[in-house]
Design a protein around this ligand. Structure first.
Ligand SMILES: Cc1cc2nc3c(=O)[nH]c(=O)nc-3n(C[C@H](O)[C@H](O)[C@H](O)COP(=O)(O)OP(=O)(O)OC[C@H]3O[C@@H](n4cnc5c(N)ncnc54)[C@H](O)[C@@H]3O)c2cc1C
Length: 318
């Protein structure tokens, strides 16, 4: 039996991949999304509240993700859970061959929409105590620290949001930031000042996380004071994100931070390979901009399939 050749295979079912899938279905492209996790939705699944997606004030990240997935399913988009093991180009046909444990999938065009993951702090104790008091998600793990003392490391929006979320559960929250001022948006400053149980430790870095079977202390280093210990029951690391570009290495150009070099049109250095959402070089990484990328990239994919792709386009569905 002849293997199905998709017009487009999308890697990742976050806001970028799902929006691209919705636009691709509406453009009648035979499309498959491959998602590594059981549920799609992307990073927002674990976000307590999303308050900046137009028309959806105060919706939870999970609900918004679910709405994206349901919309995609309603349009008949094929979403398969699979761990991708390889990506190759068929030398004869030019098709992209995506290897997974469930078999190979072939596409004329390929879209990277794999988003980003949490950056690690890289200090002793982080790896050893991961899941034992070291966490990257307050909404996922915060409840374990009810009425306890925790620390959040970072100075951007995510760190302040995590600290505010935890302040509603925990007795005390230290917000540890290596610089003199926070990078978080001004809209978050007022609630931060009002939260009486949050103490911001500026100009402070974490040298070590210690504990036997559970986080017990942080060894902190404050400019001008040197190292000292702070007792905590848990530590939440919110020090930024890293793009999920391991599979893209060697296929397309990446910038010095590992992001796929691509503009709003989603075109990468390789013909037929596109990128959308947090995974590409851009200034603002948000749900809205990821969704916008997903929409814009389908125009480029359609152009490629109709004009540049040497593979026959007769699989475009009706
Ligand atoms: C804690 C937190 C709070 C946030 N709050 C907000 C907010 O309030 N408002 C806002 O606008 N934005 C917020 N963001 C940012 C927002 O979540 C991202 O900008 C957005 O999700 C990016 O969408 P994406 O589709 O590009 O990537 P992602 O959401 O990262 O989705 C990528 C998908 O690809 C999958 N994937 C990864 N690698 C592979 C692979 N090899 N094979 C197959 N699938 C793969 C992942 O499992 C994931 O489902 C927040 C982010 C975090 C971490």
């Amino acid at each position: 039996m002849k293997e199905t050749v998709y017009d487009l295979i999308i890697l990742g079912a976050g806001p970028a991949g799902l929006t691209a899938g919705i636009y691709a279905r509406r453009a009648r492209l035979k499309t498959l999304i491959l998602e590594k996790n059981f549920t799609g939705g992307g990073q927002i699944v674990s976000t307590d509240q999303v308050d900046n997606y137009p028309g959806m004030p105060k919706i939870s990240g999970y609900e918004l993700a679910e709405a994206f997935v349901n919309h995609a399913h309603a349009l008949g988009l094929e979403i398969t859970q699979a761990k991708i093991t390889s990506i190759e180009t068929d030398a004869q046909t030019g098709e992209k061959v995506i290897g997974t444990k469930k078999g190979n999938f072939r596409g004329k065009a390929l879209l990277f929409a794999c988003g980003a993951g949490h950056r690690h702090l890289g200090v002793p104790g982080e790896e050893e105590l991961a899941g034992m008091g070291v966490s990257y998600c307050a909404t996922c793990d915060g409840a374990f620290f009810k009425d306890r003392t925790v620390a959040v490391v970072g100075g951007g929006n995510s760190a302040v949001e995590e600290a505010l979320f935890l302040s509603r559960l925990c007795a005390k929250v230290f917000l540890i930031h290596r610089r003199e001022t926070l990078r978080a948006d001004p809209v978050l400053w007022e609630p931060l000042e009002k939260a009486e149980n949050i103490e911001v430790l500026y100009n402070t870095t974490v040298s070590r996380i210690t504990g036997e079977e559970q986080v017990e202390k942080l060894v902190l280093c404050k400019q001008g004071r040197g190292e000292y210990e702070q007792k905590v029951d848990g530590v939440f690391l919110a020090v930024g994100m890293e793009p999920n570009t391991q599979l893209a290495q060697g296929l397309v150009n990446l910038d010095e931070n590992g992001y796929i070099v691509a503009g709003e049109d989603g075109k990468t250095s390789a013909p037929g390979i596109f990128a959308a959402g947090d995974i590409r070089t851009k200034r603002v990484r948000q749900i809205l901009t990821a969704a916008a990328d997903g929409a814009a990239v389908i125009a480029s994919v359609s152009d490629y399939l109709l004009q540049d792709c040497t593979i026959s386009t007769n699989s475009i569905e009706n």
